[in-house]
Design a protein around this ligand. Structure first.
Ligand SMILES: [Zn+2]
Length: 452
């Protein structure tokens, strides 16, 4: 893009992000319709036909489409419009003012992920303005409700308006922030995410007086056994294709790591010890890999008892489990029940809070190689690697229906990566204006090249 166009892009994408931040879409309650309406109007002025689709009042998603000739499969540029809450007292500036200073835009959503919404809108606008002859449709969707599971946003759209949003290819959040390696930057592209199982376990007992505990059956003690069993369980190590490809790519950056990773891959039963050794040299990398090698089960809430002198008959706990791609919800629940069979299965009951399996897209596609080619032109010598995220995104809804989804918001780190990641859902969330322009440029080039 010419310097003049880049100056215009910088001004427009910055203003767009600042406006999106000012429209408070904290979820709950969301109120994404206000944001969807703003985007519809903004793109409407550029000649786009847009639609705002609400699941319920106030929970709107926005959709628009640039038509292609149909020679190539269509591509969806996906983002979510909602954000998590921000406690203004903890921030150094108003999280919903959309303030721009010292080369940054600050505010809730600056990173996750109103910046990507703004970038995707700019890409649509540029494709249209430059009369790019698209061989496939490029669709834009800004959805409600991702931060609370996405059922009112991406889930709703796919259940009711599949024809408007379902595309064979999707670009979404989850990857793109480069990290430094010995040989320069490596860009992660999210190709897989773990599944989620939030399970409530209730333990039953028989109440009694606290002064004569032997005449009662204490539900808190039963829950203690449950948590002991689960806490001591060592899930098997399984290397999913995305993790193997990740280790291979990082290995090419560093011969010492390459040796460690080949031992890791050859000895899944010793993975914990090998990762412990790696942690002494590179703690961040070891702890990044560890949760990606197995399912995790973490008790996060516990509640039982009503009074000091009553032996409680009920105790409940919540398990936060993250399962690998290829592991099913049913098989995980069976595994947990099996671990607890000695605790008294007649005294335990289980309730789903949230459950969906993991998802993975192959990296063996033209879109993935286009992303790689474009990045290597922007950053000669850089690495590109697929990644598995431990958290979920809206991509799972699309992968379930067969779409190839990549998490890819290209960014160059402006401070250490762990600091940057803390700002997501954290305090003083921000993005550099440079990264808004960079993201727009790389994504525009990727879409243009893939679609022509
Ligand atoms: Zn997000």
């Amino acid at each position: 893009m010419s310097p003049q166009i880049l100056t215009d892009v910088e001004r427009e994408v910055t203003e767009l992000l600042r406006t999106l931040i000012r429209i408070n879409t904290t979820n709950p309650p969301g109120n994404e319709t206000a944001s969807a309406n703003y985007i519809a109007k903004y793109l409407g002025k550029e000649g786009f036909k847009t639609e705002v689709i609400e699941s319920t009042s106030g929970r709107g998603s926005v959709v628009t489409r640039l038509k292609g000739t149909g020679e190539k499969p269509s591509l969806l540029l996906l983002s979510h419009l909602d954000v998590v809450a921000a406690n203004a007292q903890e921030w150094s500036i108003d999280p919903f003012a959309g303030e721009a200073k010292d080369g940054y835009v600050y505010g809730r959503g600056a990173y996750d992920m109103k910046s990507m919404t703004a970038i995707e809108i700019m890409v649509m606008k540029l494709l249209n303005k430059n009369h790019v002859l698209l061989k496939g449709d490029v669709v834009l969707a800004g959805t409600a409700d991702e931060e609370q599971g996405g059922e009112e946003g991406a889930g709703y759209l796919l259940r009711n308006y599949k024809e408007k949003v379902l595309c064979p290819y999707v670009i979404n959040e989850g990857g793109g922030l480069a990290f430094p390696s010995k040989n320069g930057y490596v860009f992660p592209v999210q190709t897989a995410e773990k599944g989620i199982l939030w399970l409530k376990i209730k333990a039953k007992g028989t109440p009694g007086h606290g002064s004569t505990p032997n005449t009662a059956d204490n539900a808190v003690l039963r829950m203690n056994k449950v948590l002991n069993k689960l806490g001591n369980y060592q899930p098997p190590t399984i290397y999913v294709p995305t993790l193997k490809a990740f280790l291979a790519e990082i290995g090419t950056q560093d011969p010492e790591l390459k040796e460690t990773f080949s031992r890791l891959l050859a000895n899944p039963k010793k993975s914990e010890q090998i990762l412990d050794q790696l942690a002494k040299k590179d703690h961040a990398l070891a702890e990044e890999i560890r949760p990606r090698t197995k399912m995790t089960i973490a008790p996060t809430m516990i509640h039982g008892g009503v009074k000091e002198n009553i032996i409680p008959s009920d105790c409940e706990a919540v398990l936060e489990c993250r399962i690998l791609t290829g592991q099913s919800i049913d098989e995980t629940v069976d595994l947990i029940k099996g671990l607890l069979k000695d605790v008294g299965s007649d005294k335990l009951s289980f309730e789903f809070i949230q459950a969906h399996s993991g998802s993975e897209s192959t990296m063996d596609t033209e879109l993935y190689s286009t992303i790689t080619d474009v990045l290597k032109e922007f950053e000669p010598g850089c690495g590109v690697t697929p990644t598995l995220t431990t958290g979920g995104t809206d991509s799972r809804f699309f992968r379930e229906l067969g779409s190839i989804c990549y998490g890819f918001q290209p960014m160059i780190p402006d401070e250490p990566n762990d600091q940057l990641e803390k700002r997501m859902h954290g305090i003083d969330e921000r993005i550099t204006v440079k990264n808004l322009v960079y993201g727009t440029s790389v994504l525009y080039e990727t879409v243009k090249r893939f679609m022509t």
